[in-house]
Write a new protein. Sequence first.
Length: 168
Amino acid sequence: MFYPVAGVESCTVALLLDVDPVALVRNRRGPGGEGGALEQYVNDRPYVASSFLSVAIAEVFGTAMAGRSKDRPELASTALPLVATIAAVPSRGGEALLRQLFEPLGYTVTLTPSLLDPSQPDWGHSHYYALELRATMFLHELLAHLYVLVPVLDDQKHYWVGQDEVEP
């Protein structure tokens, strides 16, 4: 976490999440980790917002998620004009799904689709978007929304659910 802008009127917090793709594969349990499948090593996990981002939000911003601030308690209880930007979110449901998730919560949603290959624009767009959310709300609300909704967009997860956990 670092602060590219930190002033009285404005503050930008950047959370850099560095996911080690090799470490994701080592000691992995479940069907995805067996057999040496190429998908284990070639995937988007280190590059897109996923359930890993939710874990990082909870770890780094736990106090803010609880609506508390030791140094500035008045800010924790004040609705603020907030902007959240995520450079790459997967959305197989496209732009419509992203809007359905965030607009009812009061966000102005700005989406920038990514090309499959910038050197081949005729190939079209991928299912990845740059996402910007704008709203005036409490910081803990924004963090909670990201914490819950980013994993909804994640087609994979970073933990294994056994068959016994799925069957009724």
